[in-house]
Design a protein around this ligand. Structure first.
Ligand code: FMN
Length: 329
């Protein structure tokens, strides 16, 4: 048995599961493991310091898998923006066939990707942005609810409403993200009208994810209350792990502080130390409320096969029985 959806058909993967872009985490070993498990993994372009490093990481991933994988290109406003066009050129030259765009309107990047036969999965956090991306001609939508790790947008609409509201308006394949970590989530997403799920936090906490074991242990120990929303007053909300640094940032901004007052606390270099050295209080690090559902550190292969098998059992077992029992009354 397998679960076939518009997403698996369009993007040519076995299972309706994606591993979205993750800064510092979406590297060759993890992405190849996801591909080998029959799901869709994305390398994170901007984790690589230069476009040439991205080309090397793509080659390294290809050494580890023959299956398709994609690249995430996160386009965020910045004072010194990375050379997006050069990263995009590397993606095209390397023969990548699927790109996940996120962060802003994908329009400037679509013609070049489509001219080279690359399918674009656009990740966004509101129905209106999903509708806009569909009208621009993207090939799929990844709709990211308030539960998610990273940037949930400013509308605070959780998946239970966001996913069916988007499904009512989206005709192209759509996967759902934010808070998914197990088979129950996959089945729920399908029931809500999505064609699959995208997971970040859950894939962070696998054997093949390159982050320090202390961080994985913190995720396993943590629960669904273990995140903070930083940058709310700056209208650039990010959901991150609750620790001494993120709580201080929340307090400073609550007291009327501006970005300059927290910029040293939120510096990327401090966040890197969390993942590299395992000091979970060294800086800001990203994780979502799915932490409350993550209780182990499996291999990616074990994780994907567990989710798919249990989802199939749930659909043909518990849920099917309920329908039978109801109609027998
Ligand atoms: C450590 C980490 C880093 C992330 N970095 C990015 C990123 O650079 N670009 C992006 O589009 N999404 C990023 N995300 C978001 C994920 O791709 C995904 O949308 C999100 O994790 C889904 O929510 P979940 O964690 O509840 O599964 C990141 C998530 C995590 C956990």
């Amino acid at each position: 048995m397998s679960i076939r959806t518009k997403f698996t058909e369009t993007f040519g993967v076995e299972h309706p599961i994606a591993q979205g872009g993750m800064q510092w985490v979406g590297r060759a070993e993890l992405v190849a493991a996801v591909a080998n498990a029959g799901a869709l993994g994305f390398l994170t372009a901007l984790t690589q310091p230069t476009p040439a490093d991205l080309a090397n990481e793509i080659a390294k991933t290809r050494d580890l898998t023959d299956k398709p994988f994609g690249v995430n290109l996160t386009i965020l406003p910045a004072i010194n923006p990375p050379p997006y066009d050069e990263y995009r050129q590397v993606i095209v030259d390397a023969g990548i066939t699927i790109v996940e765009t996120a962060g802003s309107n994908p329009a400037p990047h679509l013609p070049m990707f489509h001219d080279h036969g690359i399918k674009v999965l656009h990740k966004c956090t509101s129905v209106r942005h999903a509708v806009k991306a569909q009208s621009l001609g993207v090939d799929g939508i990844s709709i990211d609810g308030f539960e998610c790790a990273g940037h949930p947008g400013e509308d605070d609409i959780p998946g239970l409403v966001l996913i069916p509201a988007a499904a009512d308006k989206i005709e192209i394949p759509m996967i759902a993200s934010g808070g998914f970590a197990d088979a129950r989530g996959l089945v729920a997403a399908l029931a809500l009208g999505a064609d699959g799920i995208n997971m970040g936090s859950r894939f962070m906490c696998t054997v093949e994810s390159c982050i320090h074991d202390n961080v994985k242990a913190a995720i396993v120990e943590g629960d669904e209350r273990g995140t903070e929303l930083i940058f709310r007053s700056l209208h650039n909300t990010a959901r991150v792990a609750s620790n001494v640094v993120s709580r201080e940032v929340v307090q400073i901004l609550k007291d009327g502080g501006q970005f300059d007052d927290v910029k040293d606390l939120v510096a990327g270099v401090r966040g890197r130390r969390v993942f590299d050295d395992g000091d979970v209080d060294a800086g800001i690090w990203t994780v979502g409320t799915a932490m409350g559902l993550i209780n182990d550190v499996p291999t990616v292969g074990e994780l994907v096969s567990r989710i798919v098998t249990e989802a199939e059992d749930l659909i043909s077992g518990r849920l099917a029985t309920m329908v039978a029992e109801t109609s027998a009354v």
